[in-house]
Ligand binder design. Sequence first.
Ligand SMILES: NC(=O)C[C@H](N)C(=O)O
Length: 334
Amino acid sequence: QEAATKPNVIILATGGTIAGAGASAANSATYTAAKVGIDKLIAGVPELSQLANVRGEQVMQIASESITNENLLQLGRRVAELADSKDVDGIVITHGTDTLEETAYFLTLVEKTDKPIVVVGSMRPGTAMSADGMLNLYNAVAVAGSKEARGKGVLVTMNDEIQSGRDVSKMINIKTEAFKSPWGPLGMVVEGKSYWFRLPAKRHTMDSEFDIKDIKSLPNVGIAYSYGNVDDTAYKALAQSGAKAIIHAGTGNGSVASSVVPTLQALRKDGVQIIRSSHVNNGGFVLRNAEQPDDKNDWVVAHDLNPQKARILAMVALTKTQDSKELQRMFWEY
Ligand SMILES: NC(=O)C[C@H](N)C(=O)O
C-alpha cells in the first residue's frame, strides 16, 4: 500500500514488559520492565509499516504498577490532543499489564473521540523465547488503523483477542492468555485482519459525559480488601488520609463483615462515599440492597466493576458530582 492510502497510527509508549528486557532468552518471568525505547520496539516489528504509517512517542517509561493519577492525566491529555489531529487515524498505547485494565477504562471514560484507541502490553519481555509483544503490537496497530474499530470504545489486543477496555482484566500473571473479560472478547485479530462478534453496551468515549479536557486533577480514592477476620483498620486509615471515596473490595456479593459495617456507616455520615465491589476471581456482580441495605446506608454498588476499575470510575465521577444517587447512576451506565 502507498503511504497516502495507509492509515496514520501513533504509538504512545509508557513502558511495561512489552518494553522489558531480561538477561537471557530463558528469562520469561525474571527481567526488568520499561527498558526498551519506542523507536527500537517499532524497528523490531518491520511488518508494522505494511499496516500503517507508524510513528512512536515515548510518553513515559515505567512499569505499570507505578503509574500515578498524574501519569494517567498526562497520558489522557496526549491521547486527546492526538485524537483531535486530522493527521491521526488511530492511537496505540503500549503499557505494562499490571494496571493496563485501569488505564484502558480511564481512557474509555474520558476520551471524546470515535477514533480507535488500542491499549496493548505483553506477558513476556521481548528478549524471551516466544515473546508475545511483537504480535500483540502488530495486532494493536492493525486494529487501530482499521475503520471497523471506530466508535467501539477503547480496546485491548492481547493473545489475538480484541477486548473491551471497560471489561477486560488481568486474570493471571504468567500465561500469555492473561487477559479476559467476564463477558467475553469483542472479536479476534488474525494476520492483521479484525473479526468482530459483539459491541460494548455501556456508555463510552463519544457518548460519555466525562471529558479529559475538563479534568484538572483526580480525587483521592482508596481500596480496602476484605477477608475472614477483617477489621476496620484499613478503612479508617484511608479516610484519615483524605479519601473522598473508599472502594470496599468485598467478598462474594460485595458483602461487608459485621466488624466493619458500623465504621462504613459512620464514614458515610462524615461524607466519604462507600462503594461496594467484589474481589471474586471471575468478576463480581454486586447488586443494590442484596447483602447490605444500601438505600438505608446511602452506599453505592460497583455492580460488575472490579475494585480497581471501580476506583477509576469513582475518581472520574467525583470530578462531576458528590451526590451518591448520581454516583450510583454512573456506576450503572458506565
Ligand atoms: N507484564 C507486565 O507488563 C508486568 C509489569 N509489571 C508491568 O505492568 O509493567
